[in-house]
Design a protein around this ligand. Structure first.
Ligand code: AMP
Ligand code: ZN
Length: 110
């Protein structure tokens, strides 16, 4: 999608150090990390938010990439977050899963 920063990262228009890539997904470190490890997993296909996910497959390939990446990073415990909508904290409207590790996390999330 034109003018979507995460589409540009996914298609290589914005050069980014990818920590993972497969046919459907890329992952890269968050620009403004909230934990010692903080990366984002995004589908290559543009979906504005979780509300637009239209198939079990899309949901599956996004989430099934996570344990592959954490295994590679030797991380066993981590927080995953999907912000959906501005009031929930979503600022980039291309769905992404935050994966954070390396510190303790409180609950409920703020
Ligand atoms: P959210 O607030 O859930 O929409 O998360 C968007 C996240 O994207 C924030 O944590 C930002 O720090 C991160 N972010 C925005 N632009 C970039 C970028 N160019 N590269 C890496 N992370 C980014
Ligand atoms: Zn996009």
């Amino acid at each position: 999608m034109a003018d979507c920063i995460f589409c540009k990262i996914a298609n290589g228009e914005i050069p980014t150090n990818l920590i993972y890539e497969d046919e459907n997904v890329v992952a890269f470190n968050d620009l403004n990390p909230q934990a010692p490890v903080h990366f984002l997993v995004i589908p290559k296909k543009h979906y504005a938010s979780l509300n637009d996910i239209d198939s079990k497959e899309a949901f599956g390939y996004i989430f099934s990439a996570i344990p592959k990446i954490t295994a590679k990073l030797e991380i066993k415990e981590y927080r995953t977050v999907v912000n959906t909508g501005a009031s929930a904290g979503q600022t980039v409207f291309h769905i992404h899963v935050h994966v954070m590790a390396g510190r303790d996390f409180g609950w409920p999330a703020g």
